[in-house]
Design a protein around this ligand. Structure first.
Ligand SMILES: *Cc1c(COP(=O)(O)O)cnc(C)c1O
Length: 356
């Protein structure tokens, strides 16, 4: 038997979540965001479950080429664009769409004379990527009279669409975008998951859902099930050792957990090198044999310890669920001081991904 640590990907949940996106944004085309190995779910597993979608967005060129090679014909957008002139040849060859967020990229493109589908990204206040409005006008004029821009789509990205107290900021970015792009009649793309759900006025021609496809709520004040989203990934493993502790015995690195009575503990084949967060503290919930129990002590690189004292039927090889439908990745993330996005993306390549 191989090491029992697996990420199980629920194919039908992904398809269901895509249908939920369609309900929220019925008039927009959907560009499924599958960057970072589909948020840790496995690029080709996710693409297969989402194969009816209108387009894909990611930022790894090799993954984009892999999708084309696998036969996907819809637009594939590179969210950070290209990084060198050499890559531009591949963009044309594989018909990949690219974000243009910087005038350096425009210069490279004009010089290469390649013909590419462009998403011109405008910085409307997030101050991460994007052209300032005056740069944008200049770039638009630079594409006149040459064949480099096969198609043009205008895009921006919201900084605070997931924050219920920052409604103003979304409205401001939206107004800024409308002002900057006034008079240009091109398709538009603005909304991530949070904006798709909370700000229908941002839907425009293309929406770009990421996290909601994977069944995670983008909001702190609404759960996935409130939004009719189904968690897609279950991270599971098994008990690979059992220890009986006396009162006073310590567990794991630095003896961080100390038994205050006789206890039975299980060692689970999953650690931070698999993507389980090292900062998850004692008492973080875990399921063993489908019963709720808790993490004990420090998570190590390849293993963690759980309390089996009250789970009498737990034994060697008992199944363990670290997160999934019953214990959400967001709950674990919250305990570890981070967000579900980070945990999903951190699931390591050595964790086998199984689709059902
Ligand atoms: C990652 C990303 C998205 C998807 O965001 P979610 O919050 O996961 O829905 C959309 N647009 C851009 C530009 C992104 O980088």
């Amino acid at each position: 038997m191989p090491r029992p640590t697996q990420a199980t990907i629920d194919f039908s949940a992904l398809a269901h979540n895509l249908a939920v996106v369609r309900q929220y944004a019925p008039r927009s085309r959907i560009m499924a965001v599958i960057k970072a190995d589909a948020y840790g779910h496995g690029l080709l597993h996710a693409a297969n479950a989402l194969k009816t979608v209108d387009g894909f967005a990611l930022l790894e060129l090799d993954a984009a080429i892999c999708l084309r090679d696998a036969g996907y014909r819809q637009p594939i957008l590179l969210l950070e664009g290209f990084f060198s002139t050499q890559e531009l040849g591949l963009l044309e060859q594989y018909q990949l769409s690219t974000v243009i967020h910087h005038s350096e990229q425009v210069a490279m493109l004009l010089e290469s004379k390649q013909r590419v589908d462009l998403f011109l990204k405008i910085n409307t206040g997030m101050n991460r990527l994007g052209l300032a409005p005056e740069q944008f006008h200049k770039v638009m004029s630079m594409f006149k009279g040459n064949r480099c821009a096969n198609t043009i789509t205008l895009m921006t990205h919201f900084a605070c669409a997931d924050d219920p107290s920052e409604k103003e900021s979304v409205i401001q970015q939206l107004q800024y975008f409308e002002m900057a792009t006034q008079g240009y009649n091109y398709p538009r793309s603005l909304a991530n998951s949070a904006a798709i759900i909370r700000y229908p006025e941002t839907h425009a021609d293309w929406v770009r859902p990421g996290i909601m496809l994977y069944g995670i709520s983008p909001f702190p004040d609404q759960t996935a099930s409130d939004l009719n989203l189904r968690p897609v990934m279950t991270l599971s493993s098994r008990i690979i050792a059992i220890q009986n502790l006396k009162c006073g015995d310590k567990v794991g690195y630095h003896g961080l957990f100390q038994a205050d009575r006789a206890m039975r503990i299980g060692i689970v084949a999953c650690g931070y090198a698999d993507g389980y967060p090292r900062h998850a503290p004692t008492n973080t919930p875990v399921l063993v044999n489908n019963q709720h129990t808790r993490l004990l002590g420090r998570v190590s690189m390849d293993m963690l310890a759980v309390d089996l004292t009250d789970i009498e039927n737990a034994e060697l090889n008992s199944p363990v669920i670290l997160w999934g439908k019953e214990i959400t990745v967001d709950e674990i993330a919250h305990r570890a001081g981070t967000i579900g996005y980070e945990l999903l993306c951190a699931v390591a390549p050595r964790v086998e991904k199984v689709c059902f």
